[in-house]
Design a protein around this ligand. Structure first.
Ligand SMILES: NC(=O)c1ccc[n+]([C@@H]2O[C@H](COP(=O)([O-])OP(=O)(O)OC[C@H]3O[C@@H](n4cnc5c(N)ncnc54)[C@H](OP(=O)(O)O)[C@@H]3O)[C@@H](O)[C@H]2O)c1
Length: 309
């Protein structure tokens, strides 16, 4: 089995290791010659570090303009890069290629399924934590799991070879619901912590933030229900509070992106929710305000990002 990986960042490299260790051939599709040069300088290796151990794997790399046909593709770019990245390799995709989208946010999965209707598309979510300290050098920040499920037309529970991976990938038959659950949590925690520059735990210790989080959660739940998604056994507010408690010392990825002047995934998180509300003719004023505020912060820092309404 030969898997190409588009998006050789933290999650792409973790998945390269997973696939490589299962015996699959792995090839990164890098953005350009500069990235390929940097990969060659790194010895065509990906290195992994945690508190106690270091390891490395050797993988291959190609450029979008190459001609080898791609039958199996994993996309691990940031959500906002999905469509441009895919379009750069469109000419290489086999008509019935298998494609897995493993990213936060919503909207891009449905867009890919609609635009690339002949492909077999799976979407996934992951609770792994990792970041890059240098190109192709990954710090493991927390062990989690990966859940994958088919989008759109009926197809196998997992793509070719993904039932053989160790640790196992969870086959999620209702991936749209799982994507909504992850979206709901990200909508409730990320923009609020990014805006207030606080750790996740402060959402529970500052009564004003807790009240705001409650209003945000109630709006999200209304939109999810209108779309036919029951999110959690308890209320979303209860579920989010548990997560904020468990991850109390963490800074959300959106806050870290803002602090480092990187584009955030706000348009695929709260932006998606607001677009869904607008389509349904419903109001989500608390979420809309957060979206506007993060957009303003991004534009003040001159961070690239698309308005989408
Ligand atoms: N990291 C985590 O702990 C974590 C946990 C859960 C979920 N996620 C989600 O997983 C997704 C990936 O996150 P990440 O942390 O792995 O991001 P990342 O480290 O920034 O990696 C994204 C990679 O995609 C590459 N890329 C973007 N456009 C491309 C193109 N046109 N062609 C080729 N490569 C392209 C980027 O290259 P450049 O470096 O050149 O931009 C980068 O290497 C996100 O949706 C994130 O929210 C991440």
């Amino acid at each position: 089995m030969h898997w190409y990986i588009l998006g050789a960042g933290a999650i792409g490299c973790l998945c390269a290791e997973l696939l490589h260790n299962s015996g699959a051939e792995v090839t990164f599709v890098l953005r350009n010659q500069t990235q390929l040069d940097s990969f060659n300088q790194a010895g065509r290796q990906v290195r992994f570090h945690d508190a106690d151990t270091s390891s490395s794997i050797n993988v291959d790399a190609s450029l979008p303009g190459d001609h080898a046909t791609i039958n199996h593709l994993l996309v691990t770019t940031k959500a906002y890069d999905t469509l441009p990245a895919l379009s750069s390799i469109q000419h290489r995709l086999a008509p019935d290629a298998q494609i897995v989208l493993l990213q936060n946010g919503c909207g891009q999965q449905q867009e890919v399924t609609r635009l690339y209707f002949s492909l077999q598309v799976w979407a996934g979510i992951t609770t792994h934590g990792a970041w890059r300290d240098a190109p192709f050098s990954i710090i493991r920040a927390g062990k989690g799991h990966i859940s994958i499920g088919p989008m759109g037309k009926p197809q196998p529970a997992l793509p070719n070879g993904w039932d053989m991976l160790t640790p196992p990938v969870i086959a999620e038959p209702n991936i749209e619901n799982a994507l909504w659950r992850k979206l709901a949590i990200n909508c409730a925690i990320n923009p609020l912590t990014a805006l207030h520059g606080c750790r996740n735990g402060e959402l529970l210790t500052d009564p004003k933030l807790t009240e705001q989080m409650l209003s945000i959660c109630e709006e999200i739940e209304q939109i999810a229900h209108a779309r036919g998604h029951k999110l959690f056994a308890s209320s979303l507010f209860h579920a989010v509070s548990e997560i904020a408690q468990l991850t109390g010392d963490n800074f959300s990825s959106m806050l870290q992106d803002l602090r480092q002047g990187r584009q955030t995934e706000i348009e695929q998180i709260t932006g998606f929710l607001c677009r869904e509300a607008s389509t349904l003719g419903m109001q989500v004023p608390h979420n809309q305000r957060l979206l506007d505020q993060i957009r303003t912060l991004q534009s003040r820092h001159d961070i690239k990002g698309e308005g989408c309404e």
